[in-house]
Design a protein. Structure first.
Length: 231
C-alpha cells in the first residue's frame, strides 16, 4: 500500500479533535494514520490506517512510525493529540500518587518527545517540498496553573519547552514545530468549548506554511492565530 500522497500521522486521535484534523487533511489529499488505544486495524482502508497504540508506553510511538512507513509512507505531518490528567486535591496537590504522575507525564511529554524525535528522522527522508510539520495539541496550562490539574500542567509545560526549543533549532532545515492552544476570544481557556473543525483548519494552515511561525499557536475559532498577553 505504498503511496505518493502526503501522509499525516495523528497520535491520540479521538472524536473531539483528532477526527476533524484527519478530515481536514484528507480533504487536501493526505493519507491518514490514526494511533490510539481503541482504533482497529480491521477498519483500515486504502486512504486511512489504524494503529492500535497505548502512548503510556513510549515504544508504541516508535512502532506507530514503523507501521505508517510500511503501510502508507513517511509522514510529513505529525500531530500529537493525546492528553492525560489525574485530578488532584486542589488544596493538597502533592498528594497525587507518583504512579499517576508518572503515567500521565509519559503520555503528555515523554511519548510526545519520542514522537518529535521520530518526526525529525522522518523529515530527513523527505524532500524540501514536503510539509515537515509537527504539532502538539496543548492548552493554557503551560502558562497558568489550574489547582486540581497539576500533572496536566506539568506535562503541557514541559512539552511546550520541547516545542519552543525544536522550533528554533530546526528552523533552518525547514522543519516546523507548533504548540496548538485554542482559546476563547477573550484569551481564556477553551476547555469544554473546544472546536475540532477550528483545529483542523489551523493545523492544515500550519502544515501549508512555508516557514516556521510563532511556536505557541494560541488561536480562536473563526479568527485563527491570535497572540494574547501571557495568562
Ligand atoms: N485548548 C483547550 O482548552 C483544550 C481543551 C480540551 C482538550 N485539549 C487538548 O486536546 C487534546 C485532545 O483532547 P480530546 O481528548 O478532547 O480530543 P480527541 O481528539 O477527541 O481525543 C484524543 C484521543 O486520544 C486518545 N488517547 C488518550 N490517551 C491515550 C493513550 N494513553 N494512548 C493512546 N491514545 C490515547 C484517546 O483515544 P483512545 O481512547 O482510543 O485511546 C482519545 O480519544 C488533549 O491533548 C487535550 O489536552 C485542549
Amino acid at each position: 500500500m505504498s503511496s505518493t500522497s502526503p501522509v499525516l500521522l495523528i497520535l491520540g486521535s479521538g472524536p473531539r479533535i483528532g477526527s476533524h484534523v484527519a478530515r481536514a487533511f484528507a480533504a487536501k489529499g493526505y493519507k491518514v494514520a490514526l494511533a490510539s488505544r481503541k482504533v482497529k486495524e480491521a477498519d483500515n482502508t486504502a486512504d486511512q490506517i489504524n494503529i492500535p497504540s497505548d502512548l503510556s508506553d513510549p515504544n508504541s510511538v516508535v512502532n506507530a512510525f514503523s507501521k505508517v512507513k510500511e503501510l502508507i509512507g513517511t509522514p510529513s505531518v505529525v500531530v500529537y493529540n493525546a492528553g492525560a490528567v489525574t485530578s488532584n486535591d486542589a488544596k493538597d496537590p502533592l498528594s497525587l500518587p507518583v504512579a499517576d504522575f508518572t503515567r500521565d507525564f509519559t503520555i503528555n511529554t515523554t511519548s510526545a518527545f519520542v514522537a518529535a524525535q521520530q518526526a525529525v528522522l522522518s523529515f530527513k527522508e523527505l524532500p524540501d517540498s514536503a510539509a515537515r510539520t509537527f504539532i502538539y495539541t496543548g492548552n493554557i496550562t503551560n502558562e497558568i496553573p489550574l489547582a486540581p490539574l497539576l500533572d496536566l500542567g506539568v506535562g503541557k509545560s514541559a512539552t511546550a519547552h520541547i516545542i519552543q526549543s525544536a522550533a528554533a533549532a530546526y528552523k533552518d532545515k525547514g522543519y516546523k514545530f507548533y504548540y496548538g492552544d485554542e482559546r476563547k476570544a477573550d484569551g481564556s481557556a477553551a476547555f469544554m468549548d473546544i472546536d475540532g473543525e477550528a483545529h483542523g483548519k489551523l493545523y492544515v494552515e500550519l502544515a501549508e506554511g512555508k516557514e516556521q511561525g510563532p511556536w505557541q499557536q494560541t488561536f480562536v475559532k473563526g479568527v485563527g492565530y491570535k497572540q494574547f498577553p501571557h495568562a
